[in-house]
Design a protein around this ligand. Structure first.
Ligand SMILES: NC(=O)c1ccc[n+]([C@@H]2O[C@H](COP(=O)([O-])OP(=O)(O)OC[C@H]3O[C@@H](n4cnc5c(N)ncnc54)[C@H](O)[C@@H]3O)[C@@H](O)[C@H]2O)c1
Length: 272
């Protein structure tokens, strides 16, 4: 049974990858969805696809760092669908060009650092700032923030990206602490590796294989695996989950750092 009937949702970064899958699943569950992205044409295509499948969706072109555009995005949800219940802050700067500049800390271009934080953190803050008043009009809502395992653990590269995701986790707790009593929940999702089209095209197969070695599941995630969790967290069934970070990572952050090597020794011993 559809469990988000009568709910209104916004998904930022909704034009591709995890955001597009989430927009589709929320619509399948009965929500009216605003597909918001800096890539307006691709957002429009996702919204049209949802509508063609019988769902309710509209697209908004938004650069999440621009406050006026965020305000317009929220106003669109209220005007088109009557209010707002769910914000999935999901847009992030992780193009190959951006990632290639996110390397050694001693060589870090401060402008690049600021740009990552503008999209990944300021963008989430502006989304929450303008969404929460609309949610309070309806007696509450939920702000879901896409974080990452890189916000919990260190990596040899991507220090700006990982630190911005750690900040997202802190921001999530603050939303819950400030607005929980007024019915607004907030949850961060710390993702493992998700095989989006962009990632499949950009990440060499040997790196994908290496990453799979460190997940506890037989395969890496598809965007739909994440979307299903977002849909649950957005629903009233998740009423008592707030102010926390849910690992949706195939066990990537669950094991000892030596786990993959230890498993090889274990398998060899079992075969001897
Ligand atoms: N794919 C993974 O393995 C993975 C792992 C951990 C976390 N994440 C997180 O998941 C989220 C979605 O990533 P994805 O893998 O689907 O990537 P993606 O590149 O497919 O999607 C990101 C979307 O954000 C949009 N976007 C970028 N900058 C924007 C801006 N300034 N304003 C509005 N929209 C903007 C892009 O146009 C794109 O559609 C991100 O927050 C990312 O950090 C992804």
């Amino acid at each position: 049974m559809a469990e988000l009937t009568d709910k209104v949702a916004i998904v930022t970064g909704g034009a591709s990858g995890i955001g597009a899958a989430t927009a589709r699943v929320l619509a399948r569950e009965g929500a009216a969805v605003v597909v918001a992205d800096i890539n307006g044409a691709a957002a429009e295509a996702v919204a049209k696809e949802i509508a063609a499948a019988g769902g309710r969706a509209t697209a908004v072109t938004v650069d999440v760092v621009e406050e006026e555009q965020i305000a317009t995005m929220i106003a669109t949800a209220v005007r088109e669908f009557g209010g707002l219940d769910i914000l999935h802050n999901n847009a992030a700067l992780q193009t190959p060009a951006s990632m290639s500049r996110d390397r050694a800390i001693i060589d870090m271009d401060a402008e690049h650092w600021d740009q990552i934080f503008r999209v990944n953190l300021r963008g989430y803050m502006l989304g929450a700032k303008h969404a929460i008043p609309a949610m309070l009009e309806r007696g509450g809502g939920v702000v879901l923030n896409t974080a990452s395992g890189t916000g919990v653990l260190g990596e040899p590269s991507r220090p700006a990206y990982g630190t911005s995701k750690a900040a997202v986790i802190g921001f999530t707790r603050n939303i819950a602490a400030q607005y929980g009593k007024q019915g607004v929940r907030s949850v961060a999702l710390a993702l493992g590796l998700v095989k989006t089209p962009a990632l499949e095209a950009g990440l060499p197969p040997e790196v994908q294989e290496m990453m799979l070695t460190h997940h506890l599941t037989p395969r890496l995630a598809d965007p739909e695996d994440i979307a299903e969790v977002v849909s649950f967290l957005a629903s009233d069934r998740a009423y008592f989950i707030t102010g926390c970070t849910i690992p949706v990572d195939g066990g990537f952050t669950a094991h000892t750092p030596s786990w993959a090597d230890a498993r090889r020794f274990h398998d060899a011993a079992m075969q001897a």
